[in-house]
Design a protein around this ligand. Structure first.
Ligand code: PLP
Length: 478
C-alpha cells in the first residue's frame, strides 16, 4: 500500500471522521469510488487537485471574517487576510484584472455581487448611499422599501436560457429576472450562433442598464469586443459570466476578442468548472467598480468561507503554472474530437460542432428526449446531463439535448483517441435506445427502452476506457 503524503492525508482524515460518524466517512470514500468508475462528461464538473481539496479541511473554516482584507467586522482575521489576499493576487495575475473579489460562495453569488455593484454604481439612490454608510443589520424596513423603489425597474439584456444562457442572466423566475426588467437575446435559428446584429438591435430597442454575455450550454466562442461595442452604443454596463470557460481564459486558449477581461466592465466566474478549483465564485473588475464589489458581504453574501478562499488560492496558483495552458488546450482538442466522432457517426449537434469545452447533441435526431437519452446513457455508465436546445420543442424539463463536456476527462488524462471511443459509446447507446410509451399507450417523454445487456456491455467498455487513466492515482484509501 503506497505511503505517500496524499494517501496518508486522506486516509487519516477519514479515520478521524469515522471515529465520530462512520456513515459520513463511508459516503466520502464511496464518492471517490463512484467518481473513479464513471465516465464523467458533465460539462460543469471537474476534479480538483489533492492540494486544493486538502486546503478546505482545516481551522480556517472556524473563523468569521465579514468585510474584506484589512477591513473586517471581526477581530483576529490576520490569517484569513493572508489567504484572501493570496487568492485575489493569483486571480488578478492569472486573468490580468485590476481587481479580484474572491469571497462569493458560488457562481450565482458572484453574479448577485456583480448586479448589486452595477446598480450601486449606475443608479442615483439616496437610500443606497444611506445603506452603504451603515451595516445592513441597522437598516429599517422603510430603508429597504426606499432602496427597492429607487433601484427597481432597471433593465437587463442577457442570453436566453434555451440558447445556452444561465438562469441568473435575467430568467424571469430567477432573482435576476425580478431585480431587473429583463429581455433576452437568442441565437440564429439556422446556424445556432449568436447574431451580433440582432443583439445590437435588441439593445437599441430595450436600452438595458446591463448587457450580459456568458453561457452554460453554448458550444462556441463569443466575441466580447463586439459585445462591448454594443454595450457602449447604448450606455450599458457590460458584464461577462465566464463560469463555464474560465479555465480556457486562464489557459490562454481564449485570447484577444474572446478573452472577456479586457473588454467587460465586470467579469464573474465559478472556480470549480473548467478552472478546476474548489466549489466557489469570484468577481473581476476595474478600479471603478472595485469598492462596490468589495461590499458583496454582507450586502448580498453570507460570511466568507476562509477555508474555501485558501483552496481558491491553491487552485489559482496551479492555474498559473505552464502545464495548465496545456490542459486548457487539451480540453478544447478533446471536445472537438468528441464532436467530430459524433458527427461522423450521424449525430446532430447544435451549431454543428464546438470551439470550447462542450458539445450539445440534439437527440431528437435519435428520436429521443433529453431525459430519455440522459437516463439511457447513465444506465450505460456515461454521466451527462440533459439540456434544452434552442427553440426546444420538449421544454426545459424533458428537453431535446444532451450536454457533454471534456474538462473532467481531460484532467484524468484522456486524449483525442479516447474521445473517439467515447463518441462511439454514446452513439451506440443513443441509436439503440427507443422512446417508450406511457400507461395510456401514448408516446412518453420519460420512458425509454434499452436492452440491459447492451447497457452492461457499454458500462464495461466505459470502465475499460478509464483503466489507463486512474483518478487521484496517488490516493489509496485501503
Ligand atoms: N453562471 C453560469 C454561466 C453557470 O453555468 C452556472 C452554473 O452552472 C452558474 C453561473 C452558477 O454557478 P453555481 O452553481 O456555482 O452557483
Amino acid at each position: 500500500m503506497p505511503r505517500n503524503a496524499e494517501s496518508t492525508a486522506f486516509r487519516s482524515a477519514l479515520e478521524v471522521i469515522r471515529g465520530v460518524e462512520p456513515r459520513v466517512a463511508d459516503a466520502i470514500g464511496a464518492e471517490l469510488a463512484d467518481q473513479r468508475e464513471s465516465l464523467k462528461l458533465i460539462a460543469s464538473e471537474n476534479y480538483a487537485s489533492p492540494a486544493t481539496l486538502l486546503a478546505m479541511g482545516n481551522w480556517l473554516s472556524d473563523k468569521y471574517a465579514e468585510g474584506t482584507v484589512g477591513r473586517r467586522f471581526y477581530a483576529g482575521c490576520q490569517n484569513v487576510d493572508t489567504v484572501e489576499a493570496l487568492a485575489a493576487e493569483h486571480a488578478r495575475e492569472l486573468f490580468g484584472a485590476a481587481h479580484a473579489y474572491v469571497q462569493p460562495h458560488s457562481g450565482i453569488d458572484a453574479n448577485l455581487v456583480a448586479f448589486w455593484a452595477i446598480l450601486a454604481d449606475r443608479v442615483e439612490s439616496p437610500a443606497l448611499k444611506k445603506a452603504q454608510a451603515r451595516h445592513v443589520n441597522d437598516l429599517t424596513e422603510a430603508d429597504w422599501f426606499a432602496l427597492r423603489r429607487e433601484l427597481g425597474d432597471q433593465r437587463m439584456l442577457g442570453m436566453s436560457l434555451d440558447a445556452g444562457g444561465h438562469l441568473t442572466h435575467g430568467f424571469r423566475p430567477n432573482i435576476s429576472g425580478k431585480m431587473f426588467d429583463q429581455r433576452s437575446y437568442g441565437t440564429d435559428p439556422d446556424t445556432g450562433l449568436v447574431d451580433y446584429d440582432r443583439v445590437a438591435e435588441a439593445a437599441r430597442e430595450f436600452r438595458p442598464l446591463v448587457l450580459v454575455a456568458g453561457y452554460s450550454a453554448y458550444p462556441r466562442k463569443i466575441n466580447f469586443r463586439i459585445m462591448r461595442e454594443i454595450a457602449d452604443s447604448v450606455g450599458a454596463t457590460f458584464m461577462v459570466d465566464m463560469a463555464h470557460f474560465a479555465g480556457l481564459v486562464a489557459g490562454k486558449v481564449f485570447t484577444g476578442d474572446f478573452d472577456p477581461v479586457p473588454h467587460a466592465h465586470i467579469v464573474t466566474s465559478t472556480t470549480h468548472k473548467s478552472l478546476r478549483g474548489p466549489r466557489g465564485g469570484l468577481v473581476l473588475c476595474g478600479p471603478e467598480l472595485a469598492d462596490q464589489v468589495d461590499r458583496g458581504c454582507p450586502m448580498v453574501l453570507g460570511g466568507p468561507l476562509p477555508h474555501v478562499m485558501a483552496a481558491k488560492a491553491v487552485a489559482l496558483a496551479e492555474a498559473r503554472r505552464p502545464d495548465f495552458a496545456d490542459y486548457a488546450r487539451q480540453i478544447v482538442d478533446n471536445a472537438q474530437a468528441l464532436a467530430e466522432g459524433l458527427l461522423r457517426r450521424g449525430a446532430k449537434l447544435v451549431t454543428g460542432g464546438t470551439d470550447n469545452h462542450l458539445v450539445l447533441i440534439d437527440v431528437t435526431g435519435y428520436g429521443l428526449t433529453g431525459r430519455q437519452a440522459e437516463q439511457a446513457l447513465l444506465d450505460s455508465g456515461i454521466v451527462t446531463n440533459r439540456n434544452a436546445v434552442p427553440q426546444d420543442p420538449n421544454g426545459a424539463w424533458y428537453t431535446s439535448g444532451i450536454r457533454i463536456g471534456t474538462p473532467a476527462l481531460t484532467t484524468r488524462g484522456l486524449g483525442t483517441a479516447e474521445m473517439d471511443t467515447t463518441a462511439e459509446l454514446i452513439h451506440v447507446v443513443l441509436s439503440q435506445t427507443s422512446a417508450g410509451v406511457g400507461p395510456d399507450g401514448t408516446a412518453s417523454k420519460a420512458k425509454y427502452v434499452l436492452d440491459p445487456a447492451l447497457a452492461d456491455k457499454i458500462s464495461r467498455q466505459a470502465s475499460e476506457l478509464l483503466t489507463g487513466f486512474p483518478l487521484y492515482p496517488a490516493v489509496e484509501l485501503g
